[in-house]
Design a protein around this ligand. Sequence first.
Ligand SMILES: Nc1ncnc2c1ncn2[C@@H]1O[C@H](COP(=O)(O)OP(=O)(O)OP(=O)(O)O)[C@@H](O)[C@H]1O
Ligand SMILES: N[C@@H](CCO)C(=O)O
Length: 292
Amino acid sequence: MVCGFDILGMAIHEPYDEMELKLLETPEVIIRHRDDFGLPEEPSANVAGVVLLKMIEHLNLKKGFEVTIRKRIKPGSGLGSSAASAAGAAVGANELLGNIFKREELVYFAMFGEELASGVRHADNIAPCIYGGITLVKSSDPVDIIPLSTPDLFVTAVHPQIEVKTSDARQILKTTVLLKDAIAQWGNIAGLIAGIQKNDYGLIGRSLKDVIIEPVRSILIPKFDEIKKKSMELKALGGGISGSGPSVFMLSETEKVSRCIAEMMKDTYDGIGIESMVCISKINPSGITIMD
Ligand SMILES: Nc1ncnc2c1ncn2[C@@H]1O[C@H](COP(=O)(O)OP(=O)(O)OP(=O)(O)O)[C@@H](O)[C@H]1O
Ligand SMILES: N[C@@H](CCO)C(=O)O
């Protein structure tokens, strides 16, 4: 999330996936997709599958899991599609096993899914799915998650219908940063967290700035600068690239502003012939919901 690359993330209500998990009497994993994204059903190639295989191995479990996934979060969108399946598998399996794992252990297992998707075990998208709201990944090894407050803000997100794989969007990043950029980024992260905890929307807005990742990745996102500039003119608090892109999100204080931003985002992509999906959501304080 903007200046909090790999450490800050937030859960939203829409879009969401549905997953159904059943216990099997044999230690195997069966994955079935009920969507049109063409994702692999081979457990070792599916992020939900690798999480469950890891859990079975860790527990030396004699049982297994059958998983049906109805995915609505498009893979490669930047909206946390891989994290939703990975975290959903960990949370669902834990429920079937009688809630034997703590939340940080579920983050640990779910990160194997992110490793499959992007090559790196990062928890910024996983943690908000499991804890809800906005979370800070103080450390991913060992797992140390700090749940933050949930400001009463609107999130407008647009997904231009192009795919950017997280693994590709990570490869283009520089591996060193200038000290002056690091200092600016530390200030922004600290300001953002202070703003979230104090419900200080002005401070949140001033701190939603990324001087390290965004300048590199935004070149992959058509109309990124224009969308950001017009959102600020429409009174967004701020925003930036969602996940590794190409989705872009903006925070705002009122539903009216979030709707104006949504309309502008759609019109901007329509104007250059790129289909887009826009959603408006509040920040979701509970993350994954378990149904009977
Ligand atoms: N169950 C699954 N759900 C989503 N992606 C999956 C799943 N299983 C395997 N994958 C693979 O993971 C990759 C998608 O993950 P990726 O991190 O690139 O996208 P994302 O999660 O939408 O992005 P971000 O993490 O930036 O929000 C694709 O290569 C896809 O084939
Ligand atoms: N922190 C990750 C999130 C996307 O998976 C990235 O930006 O690469």
